[in-house]
Design a binder for this molecule. Sequence first.
Ligand code: ZN
Ligand code: ZN
Ligand code: FE
Length: 741
Amino acid sequence: MISVRLPDAGRRIAITGTVQGVGFRPFVYRLARELGVGGRVRNDATGVVIEAFAAEPTLETFTAELRAHAPGRVRDLAWTAIPPEPAIPFEIEASVSAGAPVLSIPPDLTTCAECLAETRDPSARRYGYAFTNCTRCGPRLTIAQGIPYDRPLTTMASFPMCPDCLREYETPADRRFHAQPIACPVCGPRLNGTIEATARRILDGEIVAIKGLGGFHLACDATSDLAVARLRGRKRRDQKPFAVMVADLDAARAVADLSRADAALLESDERPITLVQRRDGALSEGVSPTTPLVGLILPYTPLHHLLLAAVGRPIVLTSGNLADEPIAKDDDEARRRLAGIADAFLGHDRPIATRCDDSVARVIAGAPVVLRRSRGHVPRPIALRSPVPAVLACGAQLKNTFCLARGDSAYLGPHVGDLDNLAAFEFFREAVERMERLVHVRPEIIAHDLHPDYLSTRYALERPEAIKIAVQHHHAHVASAMAEHGLTGEVLGLAWDGTGLGTDGTAWGGELLLASYCGFRRLGTFRPVALAGGDQAVRQPWRIAIALLDDAFAGDPPASALARLDVAARDVRVVRQMIAADLNAPRAHGVGRLFDGFGALGLGRSLAAYEGQVAAAWNHAADAGERGRYPFTIDEGVVDTRPMVRAAVHDLDAGRGAGIVSARFHGTLIAAGAEMVRAAIAAHGRRPVVLSGGCFANPILAEGLLAELGDVYLQRAVPSGDGGIALGQALVAAAIAEGRS
Ligand code: ZN
Ligand code: ZN
Ligand code: FE
């Protein structure tokens, strides 16, 4: 007689985190079968739920194995005892969409080694197949149209599985067991051209628009001056660097000098564009004409791997857009918008649901710093120290991202870019609304910048929700750093950037704040510089140089200094008159503006092709061996930069090169920042020190202040620039709305 023994225990195990679309259920299935555990596993709107039945010690082992080895990123795993059920073979159940929905769709995942090997194996049925994926790799966010993350709610819904794929999908031991985007050459998406023809066109010097995961890229031969110049001309992108895709680490080492940390960052799961030191001669100069850095990226889809193998050399792979518009995502849209740029198109029939640009990162102080957080990161939540009500934070104007937060999770949206054209604004609106659906956050509170003219602010004010909270720009920067590092209470925050509207109506950007989430005191700043012509001065940094000279030499700058600027005497006169009469010459405290002005003076570079170009060049000019610094004073918290300007002019007159002067300039800023912080600690007591604001993407400043102050928090996972500001806005608004500190 066969006796069916009732298992003596049962557990309901609820798991939250990034646990859908990462092969979680198949893992649970195999583990349960291995241990002889009965029951079921399913996705629900909060994550994954398991009901498991076995002897108590077996359940204990099962739970421990889950904790130790489950794929994805488990936020929380909790279990409760439930009554045992008769022995039933473990199975995967269909998803239910009930419960309080919590997003657990993963970011898009880089092609895994097994899938890559299949695309290179002539005997495999996915040989040469550009859409090969499995439970460990492939598209996720960019194809998701809703949650839970299941095939019918992705853009793969229109591709019925062939019998072979269906068998893999249903076979627990298979790597593609319940892989939602599973596809093969028989049933899956198809390219509308061939890799070979595309490679030939690239080698012939043509520009090809290629559909990627989160949008179209423009590709051309990165070793051809002609092809790169043609792309620049057509894209109307004068000097901004292009990203370059290389086949693998060896190919990367052939074109750039990589540290171990650089190599690890290039190969990391997120596959960011990684800024590294370019080697001379290997790539066309035109790729990054005015900087010694180059942004390299390794292939992250099978299409990229196949293309790079066919081309056999590095290719430019830049966003498929005109100037600063959003990346094109649909085939028709790309054909329309990129018609004047691309000679050919390589598209396919798998729609992109969510636009998502490549992320950008670099190594600072030996570890990665995310400069643009997008594909590979979004929508992975940032864990919050304490729960918040549902908030939408609309971000800043430039490098915009937005943030949706609720409970203990904050979701930064994909990189939207500069909100200075209608296309970008429409993308912003579309991305906010899609993300609200995907994370099921219905905001009660809308946070926005203090600046009334930011399009993100205007959008916030048009929202129907009643509670709107304006957050000062640098307060938001500091709060973003606090949130990333889980800091509560008060901190000392150095917030250095180009510009942000202050509470006094002037442009801030050299700030030291004593801040908590709910408020701040401005303890220090830099002596302001006049921006003759307002925003015009940002594109024409010679205007800032004149203002610095005028101020430092009390209206009588030496002719030698003025002569360094390649500007007509008449223009100089007009600008000096504007400053003297305080006519359209707003005062700005931003450290970024000092970089602009000193860069113009020290490099003789009067004009910036794009915002921050001269500032970046001034950063790159610094001589690594030089340790000197210039004098400065701090009076009532305000750093007086006039002694520094006079000393720099003296150095230049004495024939010292830009390398020395730039290094001393950096050293002075580091000393001034450290001095500001030390004075604040003396007056107000020790607090955690955070660095935020776009200036800390500059490794010399960040590493210098780290060395000077020791214990400081640098933003790494969330950009310190305006791309990370929405996170801080969300937390500040939540704290103010709840009357917390
Ligand atoms: Zn794979
Ligand atoms: Zn198939
Ligand atoms: Fe900023």
